[in-house]
Design a protein around this ligand. Sequence first.
Ligand code: SP5
Ligand code: ZN
Length: 389
Amino acid sequence: MLALHDADCLLHETVEFIGAKAIPAHESPARLQAILSALKAPDSSHQVQELSYTSLPETAKNDLFTTISQNHDAGYLHHLQTVFSTWRDKDLVEADGSILPECWRFPTSIKDYHVSPQAPRDIYARAGFYAFDMSTGIMKTTWQSTIASANLAYQGVHTLFPPSSSSIATTTSPAPEEATEEAATPPPTTLLTLCRPPGHHCDGARAGGYCYVNNVAVAISTYRTQFPTARIAVLDLDFHHGNGTQELYYADPSVLYVSIHGEHEFPYYTGAATETGIGEGEGFNVNLPLAPESGVGAYMEVLDKAVREVRGFEPAFVVVSLGFDTYELDPIGRFRIATGDYEGIARRAKGAVPEGVRSLVVLEGGYVVEKLGENLLSWLKGWEEGTEE
Ligand code: SP5
Ligand code: ZN
């Protein structure tokens, strides 16, 4: 299977505050290194295509930023890009430090009274205004990795659905004869984007759960420039509920969000089965919380349900949020899935994709670095062998 990677995704490296301690974040560059070594091993049947956001032409960078801005607030994006240098200039953070929030925007107990929706003037307070946890620090290269990660989702959609206009971003401008050759090659039906940082927890204006820009939303917005009204299904298989993705499409009947996740686990306040969408989006959000310590048997039962939901929706495009924190030894996930189980899970999950429909697999979490490569290879085997509907 084709996987897209950008070396800039390795730069971001932060600390998180967890269980009364500041520790190196579980979401580390070593995760991606482990995945790359597995995919690039001599006996691997997979191909890793290296992309480089930094060497894109300005027009492509602008187009990507416009796409990101469709889902994320301008003040929030400005914050992600500038907060580190602003703090650094005032000597408020070390060159190798990470900025974490100190005070959040909080609800009040007074009915119908809401605290100010404005970003606070205070430079410390803004870190809390634009975040919802203390796992999502901002260091000097966070934005560089974030934009490279988002670009993978953007380019992934362009690879699956090559835009007719040549003005759209490619990494290099091919010579005319190569361009003809490229046009003759049919696009892949599925591909994997090795996104890091991940994306499914951040909403329009808050970083959280190691996420800064919602890569799935980038993929959806990119797809929509070509197919504005087509139905899109998101199948979220990370251990955690993708609160950000849910929120972005909660009122949208053209995007079905289906998630299997640990019940009563991070992000704690979302993910209940009663969250089914709002307004026109009612019925197009399906949460399937599963008890912690569940093994592959219980998982498969709920996966069947998820697959039926996606099929019933008849999507024209399927996006998978793929996390390996469902693995039995994961330090922050609590299911009991074994390496060998991923093959069967992926084979079954592939049944969610209708025949002839293309799919994009976007990397989210998974924190047992030593097993990530094996787990992914097992999953990819099942996904590639699994048949569409
Ligand atoms: C993308 C992704 O997987 N983000 C997950 C972020 C979760 N961060 C907080 C997890 C808290 C887990 N608490 C259990 C501590 C056991 N030592
Ligand atoms: Zn997760």
